[in-house]
Design a protein around this ligand. Structure first.
Ligand code: N01
Length: 599
């Protein structure tokens, strides 16, 4: 028996276990998408033998980055048996794969970590060395967390999930790995990140290139020495912007192929001042609470004001202060209406264009680097450190592939505008099939054989971004229609994980076995998501947030833009009202759920 509730109206490689390097000698070798039967069928602590409804684990979690690690810890605390399958040879997710030169986090390191909810000790013991941590340090941190919390023993590495099929008879998820291994669980949690399936455009001739090709998102573990090489970097998003200054230091010549210029803001990275780090640690509870209640998961002092209400001189002073501070302060602490007010946005856009023109010596190059086709922050603004200065070097050339798109990759380089650029290496900084690519790669199949990809053929349909109807007991961490990438990730990850763990705890407490969103709840969430999105300028810009970077991908805003704090409140209300909008059920189809169990 089921009991339906309805949705509340929304209120508004130091790793010893690594399996080796991932050399990317061809573009295919350097790609990755959405394995071994390590799981012997075994007796699972707390498992009830329900005849043919036996499962191997209470929960299977896919992915061992920030979200998978915290999910494992949280489910273990509930006493569940958990198996984590991780495609990589070690923990880290994004930080395991993205080892390209210059890779570092764009969130300040003191806020880019687990809170005391994971462990007070870790928070106290771990010290970051830089304001914005580089990839190796973040990977070290995640390995430190893994070992400290004794998480490794439940993680199976080199385990790529190739299918996950819901069996309604057993109320179980059957999971298959690339090596043919299989296992099953009652709950399936995807912790696969938002940017995990690399995107390499299908340029004609791409396979004919005789040099080396790399995708930034699947970088060789041993690193790449570009010394003396002629190099092409295709793509100028957050990744390209980080990689270009570093590659420029080594290459004999570097050509940067730009389709759309971005509004890059300096990160002003520096060694982390001990006083500042101590101050943050001293008030972390307050700061994290502020981050949790904020729009973007950072405890910044958001200015509730519009640029249009200020004089040009006052605006300039505010912009200059944020420019000097560096990081996301330009977007978050200057004016609050950039995403909804074009006039306000124009002021910051013009300020940033001016800065770019100032920094780049060659006027024609500076003009090409100054974005004019989209408002600020409607594409993710990269943080830069030496990017614009790189174009003042003799060995760096910007190539415009907006007006003359890449025609083909030849055996010796890149052809565009009728000219061939001969290179030894091509770096594809061309991004990801974000948010859905990896989910679809797992061939997730729900009730009645429906594939997730088919259900979402016209765009994702979720309840809170965390669940989707027809896929009982499937939980998606940082899924589409949740704040996900529009937040400092650890903050939303903790919220998502805790909400899922609380729900599973609630089910167990009430002798229930599953949850699935009601149709009406899902419809209302999708409508709310779309309504919030439609009020912003985001829909008018081609960005990966809109799915615009992948040919044929439905054009819709993938992350939820209603704000981290507002989302958190909605999720809390749903839980407080007994998981309103979710159908909670038990396996014995004929047994009534206990009164009040579903709230
Ligand atoms: O990917 P992107 P990314 N011909 O999709 C270009 C996060 N991140 O890997 O803009 C020519 O942003 C494409 O051009 P256009 C962050 O959230 C975080 O750089 O589509 N060019 C663009 O320039 C970020 O937003 C950190 O016109 C083509 C580039 O390739 C996200 O990852 C650090 C092309 C792709 O840019 C993705 O960033 C780095 C074609 N056919 C990244 N196809 C941290 O702080 C694509 N491009 C943690």
């Amino acid at each position: 028996m089921t009991s339906d509730n309805h949705v509340a109206q929304p209120t508004q490689n130091a790793n010893p276990q690594e399996a080796g390097s991932h050399e990317a000698g061809s573009h295919e070798a350097g790609s990755r998408g959405a394995g071994s039967r390590g799981a012997e069928r075994h007796d699972v602590a707390g498992r009830q033998d329900r005849g043919n409804r036996v499962v191997d684990y209470d929960a299977i979690v896919v992915g061992a980055g920030f979200s998978g690690l915290y999910m494992l810890h949280s489910l273990r605390k509930l006493g569940l048996s958990v198996r984590v399958y991780e495609q990589g040879g070690g923990v880290g997710g994004t930080w395991y794969w993205n080892r390209y030169p210059g890779a570092r986090c764009d969130s300040e390191s003191v806020y880019y970590m687990f809170s005391d909810h994971m462990s007070e000790d870790i928070l106290a013991e771990w010290d970051w060395s830089e304001r914005f941590a580089a990839q190796p340090e973040i990977l070290r941190y995640l390995n430190f967390v893994t070992d400290k919390m004794d998480l490794r023993r439940d993680i199976q590495f080199n385990a790529e999930v190739t299918s996950a099929i819901y069996d309604a008879e057993r109320d179980a998820w059957d999971v298959t790995l690339a090596d043919g291994g299989t296992s099953s669980a009652r709950f399936l949690v995807t912790a696969v990140g938002c940017l995990s399936s690399t995107n390499t455009p299908k340029f004609p001739g791409i396979d004919t290139f005789t040099g080396k090709s790399y995708h930034t998102g699947a970088w060789p573990h041993e690193g790449v020495d570009f010394t003396g090489q002629r190099v092409a970097v295709i793509g100028t998003g957050a990744t390209g912007v980080q990689a270009v200054p570093e590659i420029a230091k080594q290459a004999a010549h570097l050509w940067v192929f730009q389709r759309t210029p971005n509004f890059d803001v300096p990160n002003r990275n520096r060694p982390l001042e001990a006083d500042y780090a101590a101050e943050v640690k001293g008030s972390y509870k307050e700061l994290w609470e502020k981050a949790r209640a904020s729009g973007f998961g950072l405890p910044y002092q958001v200015a509730e004001r519009s640029a249009v209400d200020y004089s040009p001189e006052e605006r300039e002073r505010i912009f200059e202060a944020a420019w000097a501070k560096g990081g996301f302060y330009m977007g978050l602490e200057t004016f609050s209406d950039y995403l909804v007010n074009k006039e306000s946005n124009d002021t910051v856009a013009e300020f940033l264009r001016g800065k770019i023109r100032e920094m780049v010596k060659d006027p024609a190059t500076g003009e090409l680097l100054a974005p004019k086709d989209h408002p600020f922050f409607t594409k993710r603004p990269p943080l830069e450190s030496g990017y614009y200065e790189a174009f003042n070097r003799d060995n760096v050339t910007l190539v415009d592939v907006r007006n003359a798109p890449v025609e083909e990759i030849t055996p010796h380089g890149v052809r565009t505008g009728g000219q061939e650029y001969e290179v030894d290496s091509i770096v594809y900084a061309t991004g990801f099939d974000a948010m859905t690519g990896t989910l679809y790669g797992m061939n997730i199949t729900g009730r009645d054989g429906q594939k997730l990809e088919d259900k979402w053929a016209d765009g994702p349909r979720t309840y809170l971004g965390l669940t989707t109807r027809g896929f009982p007991n499937l939980f998606i961490i940082t899924g589409p229609q949740s704040p996900s990438v529009l937040s400092n990730m650890p903050v939303v990850i903790e919220q998502n994980v805790e909400w899922i763990a609380d729900l599973i705890g609630h089910l167990r407490e009430h002798a229930l076995d599953g949850a699935e969103p009601a149709q009406e709840a899902e419809d209302q969430w999708v409508a709310h998501h779309n309504q919030v999105a439609a009020a912003t300028l985001l829909l008018g810009t081609d960005s990966w947030w809109m799915g615009a970077n992948i040919p044929g991908k439905p054009r819709t805003l993938y992350p939820y833009v209603g704000g981290v704090g507002a989302f958190r409140d909605i999720c809390r209300d749903v839980a407080d009202q007994g998981y309103q909008g979710l159908t909670l059920f038990r396996n014995e189809k004929d047994a009534p759920a206990p009164a009040g169990a579903s709230g």
